[in-house]
Design a protein around this ligand. Structure first.
Ligand SMILES: [Zn+2]
Length: 232
């Protein structure tokens, strides 16, 4: 019998704690997802109480991580006219217009948001969707000549910077790359492309990566320094 995952959200002060059981997990794991979001996940036999107690035991490290996340949060305080929004490591002004729909686009070095509600949540959703389009388009442009048969998807909240599915010739990029310098997107693309040829992290993999991106060591370290950056 395959049990499905179960979820429960518990509010703890200003934090939302997501308790999740996943049948295939072996150990309990905890991570900070956003400035006020904590994920605690464990194997199928765990109860929500077990996960909650785990969270309580590690409260100190959670608070330290939340602080880090807050420091490196790249989101603006508001989605309002003139506010600077990030794309690939640079900042561009936002212009807001009342409309019947909710869409954000980027052109001529500016973000344009058409909005019905002008609420922060709507702004965040529109901004994230816009970054998703930008990053997907950027990656497709990067790949189109030499790797026309490779497809790219962008996903928020994947636990890694990128994923590769060699069987489907599919690369998946973490949405957060959209706010970091473009060289880091290029680096992750090279890393995942190397996985098309070598699925593991063996010496052969790094030889292939070296061909695609000679500066991979430095870029890998730079990317690692952004591990707390979060898009909400
Ligand atoms: Zn890898």
């Amino acid at each position: 019998m395959v049990r499905r995952e179960t979820r429960k959200i518990v509010q703890d002060g200003n934090k939302r704690v997501h308790l999740i059981t996943r049948p295939h997990m072996v150990n309990v794991r905890m991570r900070v997802r956003g400035p006020d979001q904590v994920i605690v996940s464990g194997p199928g036999h765990c109860t929500f109480t077990t996960l909650w107690n785990f969270y309580k035991r590690h409260q100190k490290s959670v608070d330290a991580q939340l602080l880090e996340v807050e420091k490196s949060n790249v989101l603006p305080p508001a989605f309002a006219d003139g506010q600077q929004l990030r794309w690939h490591g640079a900042e561009y002004p936002l212009s807001v217009r009342q409309s019947a729909s909710e869409t954000m686009v980027f052109h001529d070095n500016s973000f344009f948001w058409q909005t019905k509600t002008a609420s922060y949540q709507a702004g965040l959703a529109a901004y994230r969707a816009c970054l998703g389009h930008l990053l997907t388009g950027y990656a497709a442009d990067t790949l189109k000549e030499k790797y026309s048969r490779v497809t790219v998807q962008v996903k928020p909240y994947i636990a890694k910077w990128g994923l590769c599915r060699p069987d489907r010739k599919l690369l998946v990029l973490n949405l957060t790359l959209a706010v970091l310098p473009s060289r880091l997107t290029d680096y992750v693309i090279s890393h995942e492309l190397a996985h098309l040829d070598v699925p593991n992290h063996s010496a052969a993999f790094f030889r292939r990566l070296e061909e695609l991106e000679p500066d991979w060591r430095r870029l890998g370290q730079e990317l690692q320094s952004h591990r707390h950056v979060h898009l909400g």
